[in-house]
Design a protein around this ligand. Sequence first.
Ligand code: FES
Length: 136
Amino acid sequence: MPALHAVQKELGHLDNECIKTLAKSFNISNAEVIDVITYYDDFRLEKEGQYIIKVCQAEACQSLGCRTLLDTLKSHFELDIGQTSNDHSVTLKEVFCLGNCALSPSVMINEDVIGRASSEKILAYLSEKQNISHND
Ligand code: FES
């Protein structure tokens, strides 16, 4: 597990070459490595977006419009749940409770939790982050 985390942190995902190398290093089969990767949600076989947008779909957020929010974001980015944009800027995911129910609907973008989320708020957040990274 630590090796998988370390490789993914370095490369952003675990591709076939990584799987073969890890399997050989630990003297296990490629299938055993893939079993571990696919069992845990934290591991990725494909490169994800620079911004991973997780829209809460649990009960408290449902009561305050998270389904509509997710549909709006899906439409805006032309992505379905779990998909990554072709330019690898955005990955869209659904999650079930971010522990921010009092400020529903909630969305997490990378490490930041955004409460009372709206599509406008999410797009403004991304725009601000992209401006900051362009000015670095
Ligand atoms: S139900 Fe959405 S943050 Fe808890």
